[in-house]
Design a protein around this ligand. Structure first.
Ligand code: 0A1
Ligand code: ZN
Length: 879
């Protein structure tokens, strides 16, 4: 087990590695009772290091060292020091060969870091620091080596033996065993190493690259999943083409492999040539996966594939630079998804996640810059800030430079740094060098944490025809950072006239050819922009496309929001105006239980949305979703989650009652007859139908109930079956709820990915997810504490989505979560540290809640033998 007195690691203490490892020759002997790992390293002193003839230091975690030899000579115990998490070997020559033999127990590895077993197969997860759980090694991304890997295992149980690169040798051994040897020609950090051994079926396809090379594409899955590979394979081929077309990036090995495993801490991993996926992020069929899952799979397959360049060919110098690969790759996968489906809808989805969860993270105790300057446990820094805010930062560079200069910059970056381990600063410099733009102030986005706030005010000088827009920027204090400097913010905007027409944005009087949209560049704490030649006071459309990850505060009237909802030429801002209007209406009802009526403007706006089939239905489907409870909490101070829940439900019920007939009509109009397809049009249709259904059931509408039951029975796809199930589970029809839940389970009990959805629809429901029911789910035959997906689908869904229950005034939800975090801390600290997040937000809530949340955290803090992962999160949250 790891030490529980973690030390902080600082970026300022970065030193180049004293030794480099040019090549690694690994042999894995895999057995049921453990695995023996032979590792032969070619080591040489790093000419760029000023450490001189320093001792060689190798990282190790939970390893049994069997032997150690230097240039063939065994080192006995006096010749090196075992510090628990490190081996220190003094007096090593300038170049040498080190042979290390370790014994590990993958079958007992519940942390799922390093080599472990999942559903009978061996697999690995080495990012960030898992390789040290396999063998002693300088486990840091700036040590890049050529890997050769021989895997030996029993042939009947493990017919498929995989690692990175190309298979160069294979054969049979004594005692029913066999071996395969893999060679990866590209030097890589050890976090990109992977191994898989199991009884898997292979699905093959191929891809011809832009230069005419034929790439062998292979997916490996358990036999029962053989029919769920097509979507991922298709997504992979489209990603490969897209990266050639948009970034000029060609795939480099002859084989590209994807493996699905059931037990996985994260979504997927970009190991060189051998991507390993959480089954739920790669396997899909029409009957078992929702539209959302199809889209998520496409995005994750693309994300992992794109890492081949942004992450693998050019990697990170150290883990503080994590966003170098993650922010850029999320930006790339988001652009791919936007090009594939509806760009506005994709933007809405990304911004929803950012504003709900990343803004909350950035305002909480774990707030950190996109390039952090310290950490205790790096696994805790795979955050929304690194990924999503990091992607927004790259997106802003893209909008400041424009697509052509950005492409020049990325070409330069890949060319200049191919085969290197570099920093976010190197990325920005490549963008500067290619474009000639000065991004020195822009770099603050990487260094300063916290979400900038833009306070916007305006005035109209009718006599001069001038509209003045004043924007003040401020950045809140975050742990360890105060008095921040203004950042460089691209602020896209437009102005609308009374008829909804876009007005020319004349920054000088008499400007001819003035554009209808501008990207204003904010660099100072305050700017005033003047727009000339206006006959009337315009309505401003601010921060179009969400051009920067900031909060905008402007005193919109409800009339203006309703106007923008139907007239803003920017689809994103149309949606945003709807969200702001709904937030305003809901907030007006919070803590105001006697107020029953809601603003007729909201009802009218929604009526128009539901009824007008000439509007973009994909956008309408998004606009009909009320802001989530989590977002409403994020927007409030001293939040009262049950009161927010009640207010939101009241608005939903009022809307559903007022629009009952329109909802039935919308349901019927969106009936789909053709074959199921994952197109933006079909997705929008199913979303509208299922929204209509859920609203009708909220008001106990008998026709809605009948429609839901019918849909549940007759659905030919999971989106519709799940839509009906969710609507019935969240309704007051208790008997229907029980019936559909048990029918659903009986039908899909043998499919873990569907059972996960079945768990979460209950855990997230105010009706089916009361605490005794949640406890019963933990006892269910299908629940498995060792499987992160099951843990997330019950405990994560309860604490993250079932907010009125989780925040019950008696504190029982908090106690429950603390108890489960303590339990998980022993088996899987990474998952435990993620699961505790909701409690860390205790300062956001009204004291009667906050104090009890804090007590939950203290209980976790006091657990004996707390992991480093949970220690860091809990201690920072209580500080
Ligand atoms: N790099 C992977 C995700 C990943 C992140 C962290 C992990 O362990 C701490 C494992 C995988 C990606 O971005 O897809
Ligand atoms: Zn990634």
């Amino acid at each position: 087990m790891r030490t529980n007195q973690p030390k902080t690691i600082y970026l300022s203490e970065y030193r180049v590695p004293a030794y480099l490892v040019d090549s690694v020759d690994l042999t894995f002997e895999l057995f049921e009772e453990g695995a023996r790992v032979h590792s032969v390293l070619s080591v040489r002193r790093n000419p760029d290091s000023d450490a001189g003839p320093a001792p060689l230091e190798l990282d190790g975690d939970s390893l049994k060292l069997e032997s150690l030899a230097l240039d063939g000579k065994t080192l006995d115990e006096g010749a090196f020091e075992d510090l628990g998490d490190r081996l220190v070997i003094p007096g090593v020559p300038e170049t040498f060969e080190l042979t290390v033999v370790t014994w590990i127990e993958p079958q007992n590895n519940t942390r799922l870091e390093g080599l472990y077993k999942s559903s009978g197969m061996f697999c690995t997860q080495c990012e960030a620091e898992g390789f040290r759980c396999i063998t002693y090694f300088p486990d840091r991304p700036d040590v890049m080596s050529r890997f050769r890997t021989r895997i030996e295992a029993e042939k009947s149980a493990y017919p498929v033996l995989l690692s990175n690169g190309n298979d160069v040798d294979r054969g049979d051994l004594a005692d029913g065993r066999h071996f395969v040897t893999w060679e990866d020609p590209f030097p890589k950090p050890c976090y990109l190493f992977a191994l898989v051994a199991g009884d898997l079926v292979e699905k093959r396809d191929s891809f011809t690259t832009c230069s005419g090379r034929e790439i062998d594409l292979r997916m490996y899955v358990e036999p029962r999943n053989a029919e769920k590979c097509d979507h991922a394979m298709d997504s992979l081929k489209r990603s490969m083409r897209w990266d050639e077309d948009v970034y000029g990036r060609e795939y480099d090995l002859d084989i590209f492999m994807i493996v699905a495993v059931d037990d996985f801490n994260m979504g997927a991993m970009e190991n060189k040539g051998l991507n390993i996926f959480n089954s739920s992020c790669v396997l899909a069929s029409q009957e078992t996966a929702t539209d959302m899952a199809f889209q998520r799979i496409e995005a994750i397959v693309a994300h992992e594939y794109f890492h081949n360049w942004s992450g693998n060919r050019v990697t990170c110098r150290d883990w503080f630079q994590l966003s170098l690969k993650e922010g850029f790759t999320v930006f790339r996968d988001a652009s791919f998804s936007a090009d594939t489906g509806s760009p506005t809808v994709k933007r809405i989805e990304d911004v929803t996640l950012l504003r709900t969860a990343q803004f909350a993270e950035d305002a909480g105790p774990m707030s950190h810059p996109v390039r952090p300057s310290s950490y205790m446990e790096i696994s805790n820094f795979y955050t929304l800030t690194i990924y999503e805010k990091g992607a927004e930062v790259v997106r802003m560079i893209h909008s400041l430079l424009g697509p052509d200069m950005f492409r020049k910059g990325s070409d330069l970056y890949f060319e200049r740094h191919d085969g290197q381990a570099v920093t976010t600063d190197d990325f920005v410099r490549a963008m500067e060098d290619a474009s000639g733009r000065d991004l020195s102030q822009f770099r603050l986005w990487y260094e300063q944490a916290g979400t900038p706030v833009l306070d916007v005010s305006d005035e109209f000088d009718a006599s001069a025809g001038i509209y003045r827009l004043t924007i003040r920027q401020s950045i809140p204090d975050t742990p360890g950072q105060s008095n921040k400097q203004p950042q460089h913010i691209p602020f896209a905007m437009g102005l609308l006239g009374a008829q909804g027409q876009a007005l020319p944005l004349r920054l000088r009087s008499g400007d001819t050819d003035a554009p209808l949209e501008r990207v204003l560049e904010l660099t100072d704490a305050e700017h005033t922009f003047e727009f000339h030649g206006l006959d009337e006071r315009p309505v401003p459309s601010l921060l179009r496309h969400f051009s920067a990850p900031v909060r905008v505060s402007y005193p919109w009237t409800r009339e203006q929001l309703q106007f923008l909802m139907s007239h803003d030429p920017d689809g994103f801002n149309r949606w945003d105006a709807g969200q702001r209007l709904a937030v305003d209406v809901i907030q007006g009802l919070v803590g105001n239980p006697d107020e029953d009526a809601i603003d007729s403007r909201l009802v009218d706006a929604y009526r128009q949305l539901i009824s007008d089939s000439s509007l973009d239905q994909a956008l309408v489907a998004k606009m009909l979703q009320l802001p989530s409870e989590a977002y409403l909490i994020e927007l409030s101070e001293a939040a009262d989650a049950p009161a927010i829940h009640a207010a939101r439900e009241r608005v939903l019920k009022r809307l559903a009652t007022a629009l009952r007939d329109e909802l039935v009509a919308c349901y019927n109009r969106n009936h789909q007859s053709g074959p199921y397809r994952v197109t933006p049009e079909q997705i929008a249709g199913r979303s509208l139908r299922n929204t209509a259904l859920s609203w009708l059931l909220l008001i106990n509408d008998d026709e809605g109930r009948e429609l839901a039951s019918q849909q549940f029975r007759a659905a030919d796809n999971m989106t519709d079956r799940m839509g009906a199930l969710r609507a019935l589970v969240n309704s007051d029809y208790e008997a229907d709820r029980e019936r559909v839940l048990s029918e659903f389970y009986e039908r899909f009990r043998h499919d873990p990915q569907v059972v996960e959805q079945w768990f979460s629809v209950q855990a997230a429901s105010g009706q089916a997810g009361r605490l005794p029911q949640i406890r019963a789910l933990l006892e269910h035959e299908a629940f498995d504490w060792k499987n992160p997906n099951k843990v997330r689908s019950v405990i994560g869904a309860f604490a993250g989505q079932n907010l009125a229950e989780f925040h019950k005034p008696d504190g029982s939800g908090y106690e429950f979560l603390a108890e489960q975090v303590c339990r998980l801390d022993d088996s899987n600290p990474q998952i435990a540290a993620r699961l505790v997040t909701p409690l860390t937000r205790w300062r956001k809530f009204a004291p009667s809640y906050g104090e009890q949340m804090k007590a939950g955290l203290e209980k976790v803090r006091d657990k004996a033998g707390l992991s480093r992962d949970v220690y860091e999160v809990v201690h920072k949250s209580l500080a």
